[in-house]
Design a protein around this ligand. Structure first.
Ligand code: TXE
Length: 476
């Protein structure tokens, strides 16, 4: 297949290219230049996509899991054939450095292949000849995936792979800020999947609510902010759509007194600043024991100074711009607020004028626990370092948040670190590692960080309705 990665962006509806009368401009965040125009879908076209999906559902659920596994693997193979073009396009629309974009595409391929290996065997709950009870996991129907702009390809695949494997049909809606790679993924899918099984639609801010209200859609798989997640859930109530919500986080990292500072610094630096801090599970508050704090802070600042920020297509760049203008403005406002509240920055804290949505690395020195820079998810390269003196205190501070996505604990005594980890309220707690995810590992948030999980058997089951078959001998 000869794909044009520069200019020809179409939606995929019922296995065919679809244009719209209106278009949206897509901006490269490193240059602020418009790099493409994509269709801004009309509501009748959304109806067509939902109808196409519904029509495809019967055959797709009945085709058998082995066939669906093979087609998902084929989609992964096809993505691998075009991995370099996808990575470059991802950098141009999202801003992340090319190596990170290549890693996102590579991880997406791996995820497709691994998830395609999952099975959906029924559970036999009782196997007596006179009464056999079987729990089946049947597909839900039409699933809409709503993806954000920080990992457009990775987070779309997290939803597409289990949903299609389970026998559902789909619509994928990328963020209007990063639609290009998703539209190209739709093009690849046209060649591999039956028409209607995976529709990819792009549109402006009105499209999300159209989807969540649509009576023909049965489930929403959403990644985005907690505020939008709540709007999705409210709107989904209309026809009791199932929802999986992966929302914001304010992950604490706790550095215990016996941690090896030099070894931990690079891990926690990238946990906080990779993808310019735009990761739901970025370490967003680092609590360092007072006995290590000064050494840790100095080493973190030194490391930060060695990192190159710039246009992700440039050789050697390790951190790109903020992905979009509204997010850039939000992070700038947060920094301005911190400045006016008297927060001391060990590094950065100001945003120079210039082309592109670039924000220098900002490290705040033990700010007030209640300040916005600590209490809110910055979703940018802004990190507060915080001092603590004992474990009870740091656990209470770590848990004092409406979020509960993930956390990490660092120390050489594993039992001591585990004892702290056991007290953290979060969906994932890492000990001496961070952002350590896998296709077999359920991932989801506690509290207001989400509802349900993605990945693993539990994640796959979120794309199924449980159906119990009770089979008895004929009455005599
Ligand atoms: O996200 P939104 P935004 C957080 C981060 C950031 C904040 C805002 O803190 O500052 O969210 O980012 C679609 N019904 N995260 O405004 O609005 C939208 O088109 C249905 C965390 O960009 O949550 C996009 O496809 N859909 C995060 C998707 O929702 C709607 C990743 C996410 O957009 C909708 C990104 C509606 N009413 C931002 N409104 C993470 N958890 O990783 C918008 N959308």
């Amino acid at each position: 297949m000869n794909m044009d990665f520069a200019s020809d962006f179409t939606m995929t509806i019922n296995g065919r290219a679809a244009w719209a009368t209106e278009t949206l401009a897509v901006v490269n965040p490193a240059t602020e230049a418009v790099i493409a125009h994509v269709p801004d879908i009309a509501s009748v076209q959304l109806d067509e996509a939902v109808t196409a999906a519904r029509q495809a559902f019967g055959d797709w659920k009945d085709v058998g899991i082995a066939k669906r596994q093979a087609l998902l693997r084929a989609l992964g193979d096809r993505l691998a054939d075009h991995a370099d073009e996808f990575a470059l396009l991802l950098t141009r629309e999202q801003g992340k450095p090319l190596a990170d974009a290549a890693m996102e595409i590579g991880t997406g391929i791996y995820w497709l292949q691994e998830m395609a290996g999952q099975a959906l065997e029924p559970d036999i709950l009782s196997d007596a000849p006179e009464r056999r009870v079987e729990l089946r996991h049947v597909p839900i129907g039409v699933v809409a995936a709503i993806a954000p702009w920080n990992f457009p390809v990775g987070l779309a695949i997290w939803k597409i792979a289990p949903s299609l494997l389970a026998g559902n049909v789909m619509l994928l809606k990328p963020s209007p800020f990063t639609p290009l790679t998703s539209l190209k993924l739709g093009e690849l899918a046209r060649e591999i999947l039956p028409p209607g099984v995976l529709n990819v639609v792009s549109g402006s801010d009105r499209l999300g609510p159209w989807i969540t209200e649509h009576p023909g859609i049965d489930k929403i798989a959403f990644t985005g902010s907690t505020a939008t997640g709540k709007a999705v859930m409210r709107s989904a109530a209309g026809n009791l759509k199932r929802v999986t919500l992966e929302l914001g986080g304010n992950d604490p990292a706790i550095v215990l007194p016996d941690a090896d500072v030099e070894a931990v610094i690079p891990r926690l630096f990238w946990a906080a600043f990779a993808n310019a801090g735009q990761i739901c599970i970025a370490s967003k508050r680092i609590y360092v024991h007072e006995s290590l704090y000064d050494r840790f802070a100095t080493a973190m600042v030194d490391y930060a100074k060695s990192v190159k920020i710039g246009d992700g297509t440039e050789q050697g760049v390790q951190i790109g711009p903020i992905q979009n203008r509204p997010q850039f403005d939000r992070v700038r406002a947060l920094l301005a607020d911190a400045r006016s509240a008297g927060t001391r920055f060990l590094l950065g804290g100001d945003v120079p004028e210039g082309q592109g949505y670039f924000i220098p690395i900002a490290i705040a020195d033990n700010p007030d626990e209640k300040s916005r820079v600590v209490a809110e998810e910055a979703f940018g390269p802004v990190l507060p370092l915080l001092k603590f003196s004992n474990v009870d205190e740091v656990v209470a501070r770590a848990n004092d948040s409406p979020y509960g996505l993930a956390a990490s604990v660092w120390g050489t005594n594993l039992d001591a670190a585990q004892a702290v980890a056991d007290r953290i309220e979060a969906g994932t707690v890492w000990i001496n590692t961070v952002q350590d995810l896998g296709p077999g590992q359920p991932f989801g948030g506690h509290k207001q960080s989400g509802l349900g999980v993605e990945n693993g058997r539990e994640g796959l089951l979120e794309y199924c309705n449980p159906q119990v078959i009770v089979r008895c001998a004929a009455p005599t």
